[in-house]
Each structure stands twice: as structure tokens, then as C-alpha cells.
Design a protein around this ligand. Structure first.
Ligand SMILES: *Cc1c(COP(=O)(O)O)cnc(C)c1O
Length: 385
């Protein structure tokens, strides 16, 4: 029986341990398993290939994304690395242009050297995708909502193009989480997560995941996972299994707080633009409302001032919002794309894409939202001193 997302978050993947009855999946901290005769074992031989704690988590991931198979990796980047290893020299990839910086770096600095060609286009207009996809395109890769400008890309529209042109569609679903958006239901072949963010949810694990429905695709990816070996350890898998149980509660609060902070920012005289897909006048609001259950806890804003010093004043005076990379944990974080996550992109390029010097990104946590707003207010007040 298929359950609703909140029930799945609590129960997905986990059965009482058959050997002891333990309700929680134990941390199987072992590298190897006994064989009573060569090849005679209980399905586990070596922990790079299979580990029971990881198996439980992989089942949970598959259920949460309405997939059939889940594969966990030692980081989000390792998960994307496995996807690109499906390709061969000469193959081409069409990707979103405002891509996670680490993905952009891996595509252009690592895999381009191996003869894979990447095209980066603004996918909020699907005609750009249609013209970039050619006969050698084997993969369309998209993030939505995008980072840090929270553009929304129409996953069903991309799936139509991928089907017509016979290429795979992979969606990095990190920003939405499976609670807000399920790309496989919208026609994607493959979903990727940086589990580090909302799925782990407590800023204490680095991990990645892939979820697919197709058996043959799963086999190819599982072969790469085992052959290349970027698998997570059982302790980390346990922490994520624990985190998942409150995914729905956390996401509800992230969304609620995100909305209130976005609305508050929009009223501030110092603020120029607030990027949050829940606003009816957001350029892609209709698509967001159709493919997401709610609008999430990520948002960005720019100041009317174009002085980077003013952004720095805010960034260095919040007390609850911590200045740090990453997102999706219970605690609120803020970041400055121009000097942090997107510093490797030349300034001219950045400005062309709307990534101005005063753009500030918030990962709104699950604290009491009134305290979060008070914290931002006292940091804004510093601008007048
Ligand atoms: C963090 C992140 C990644 C990379 O994941 P790691 O777990 O840090 O390796 C990829 N995509 C997005 C959207 C991310 O936010």
C-alpha cells in the first residue's frame, strides 16, 4: 500500500531487525561477513558492495521518491560522478546554467577532460533546451529550484524533450527534498540528492543518493557504485535514517518560516528583490505551484545598495542565522554567493545572471520565526549606523 509522504518519512525502508527484534536498524559496523562455504552467505559479502544499514537507507530513499531502487554515495558529488560515468567520450550533456558550483566544477574541470561535452542553458525557457539537445546528447541534467536565484524549471516539460530525443533526464532534487517534489512522478529517469542537506537535516553528515525506477539503469549505477567505491559508512546511514523520520515535520516548518521571512523581507525599505517561488509574481510561480507541494525554506534577496560592504554588515551581524556554506539543516544559515559558493564564477558572468554583490541567500531553519525575524531586523538596523 502506498502511503502519504509524512507516513513514509517515519516508516520507509525500516523493518525490525530479524536477528534481535530491534525496532531501529542497527549500525552494522562491519566490513565483511562470514561465509559458511565459499559463496554460501546471507546476501552480504563485503560492505563496499552491501551493508544492511545502507540497504535500509537505500530502500527508504526509493520509497520517499516513489522510485524502485535507491543508491547511496559518500557525498552528493559522488552520486553525480556515478551518473556522468554512464557516459562515454563524445557524449553530450545539457545542463541548467545556474548550477550548484561543485557540479559545474566537476563537469567542466574533470569530465570535460575525458571528452564529455557540456552545454549550460537557462532552462526556465524550454526552447533553450530544445535547441541545445543534439544527436550526441545522452543526458539532460537540471536543478530546480535553482541556486541561488530560486528559478523553477518545468520537470514535465523537460521529460517530454528527453523522451522525444531519447536521452536520460536527471534531476538534482536537493533544494526541494522528496517531501516537496517527486521528479520521477513527473517523468524524470533519475533523481539525485545531496543527502547532506534536508534529508540528513541536522548538518552532521555528508552523503549523496540516486533514485531510479528502471531495473537496467539501477544495475548500471550499482555496478559503478561498487566498482568505483564511493559508498557511505553505516554510522552515517544510521544518522540519515534517524533524520528522515522527521523530514515532513521539518519541511513543514521550513516552508512556514520561509514564507514569513520572505514576506517580511519584501516590506523592508533596504531590500530590492526577494527571490522566493511562493510569491504570485515570481516568474515561474505557476510551475512551482504545479510541481511542488509547497515552496520550501530557501530564499535569496538583494539590497537596494550596490555596496558589498552593506551585505557584509548584515552577514556579520546576525546571531541566529550563522554565516556558513550548506543548507537544509534545522538551524538557519546565511551565505553570500558572490564571495562564497559562486566566487569561482567571473564577476561579469555573475552579474549577467543576476548574482549581484549584495545578493544574500538564506536557508531558513525551524526555529521560532519571530526570533529569526528579530535577528534579521537587528542586523538590518546596523546599516543605518
Ligand atoms: C550540496 C549540493 C550538492 C553537492 O552535495 P555534497 O553532499 O556536498 O557532495 C549538489 N547539488 C546541490 C543542489 C547541493 O546543494
Amino acid at each position: 500500500m502506498s502511503h502519504r509522504p509524512g507516513t513514509k518519512a517515519v516508516h520507509a525502508g525500516v523493518e525490525p531487525d530479524p536477528s534481535t527484534g530491534a525496532i531501529m536498524t542497527p549500525i552494522f559496523q562491519t566490513s565483511t561477513y562470514v561465509q559458511t562455504a565459499p559463496g554460501d552467505h546471507k546476501g552480504y559479502e563485503y560492505s563496499r558492495t552491501h551493508n544492511p544499514t545502507r540497504s535500509a537507507l537505500q530502500r527508504a530513499m526509493a520509497e520517499l521518491e516513489n522510485g524502485k531502487h535507491g543508491l547511496c554515495f559518500s557525498s552528493g558529488m559522488a552520486a553525480i560522478d556515478a551518473v556522468v560515468k554512464l557516459l562515454r567520450p563524445g557524449d553530450e550533456v545539457v545542463s541548467t546554467n545556474d548550477l550548484y558550483g561543485g557540479t559545474y566544477r566537476m563537469f567542466t574541470k574533470v569530465f570535460q577532460e575525458f571528452g564529455v561535452k557540456f552545454h549550460f542553458v537557462d532552462m526556465s525557457d524550454l526552447s533553450n533546451v530544445r535547441s541545445a539537445v543534439g544527436p550526441s546528447t545522452k543526458l539532460i541534467w537540471a536543478e530546480t529550484p535553482t541556486n541561488p536565484l530560486l528559478r523553477i524549471i518545468d520537470i514535465e516539460g523537460l521529460a517530454t524533450i528527453a523522451r522525444e530525443r531519447n536521452c536520460l533526464l536527471g534531476i538534482d532534487n536537493t533544494f526541494a527534498s522528496p517531501y516537496l517534489q517527486n521528479p520521477l512522478d513527473l517523468g524524470a529517469d533519475l533523481v539525485m540528492h545531496s543527502v547532506t542537506k534536508y534529508l540528513g537535516g541536522h548538518s552532521d553528515v555528508v552523503m549523496g543518493a540516486l533514485i531510479v525506477r528502471d531495473d537496467a539503469l539501477n544495475e548500471r549505477l550499482a555496478f559503478i557504485q561498487n566498482s568505483c567505491g564511493a559508498t557511505p559508512g553505516p554510522m552515517d546511514c544510521f544518522l540519515v535514517l534517524r533524520g528522515l523520520k522527521t523530514l515532513h515535520l521539518r519541511m513543514q516548518r521550513h516552508c512556514e518560516n520561509g514564507r514569513k521571512v520572505a514576506e517580511w523581507l519584501q516590506e523592508r525599505p533596504e531590500v530590492d528583490r526577494v527571490y522566493w517561488p511562493g510569491f504570485p509574481d515570481h516568474a515561474n510561480h505557476a510551475v512551482a505551484a504545479r510541481q511542488m507541494r509547497d515552496f520550501g525554506g530557501m530564499l535569496s534577496f538583494t539590497l537596494k545598495s550596490d555596496n558589498m560592504g552593506d551585505a557584509t554588515t548584515i552577514l556579520s551581524h546576525t546571531k541566529l542565522f550563522t554565516l556558513a556554506e550548506s543548507l537544509g539543516g534545522v538551524e538557519s544559515l546565511l551565505g553570500h554567493p558572490a564571495s562564497m559558493t559562486h566566487a569561482s564564477i567571473p564577476r561579469e558572468e555573475r552579474l549577467k545572471n543576476g548574482l549581484t554583490d549584495t545578493l544574500i541567500r538564506l536557508s531558513v531553519g525551524v526555529e521560532d520565526v519571530n526570533d529569526l525575524i528579530d535577528d534579521l531586523a537587528q542586523a538590518f538596523d546596523r546599516l543605518r549606523k
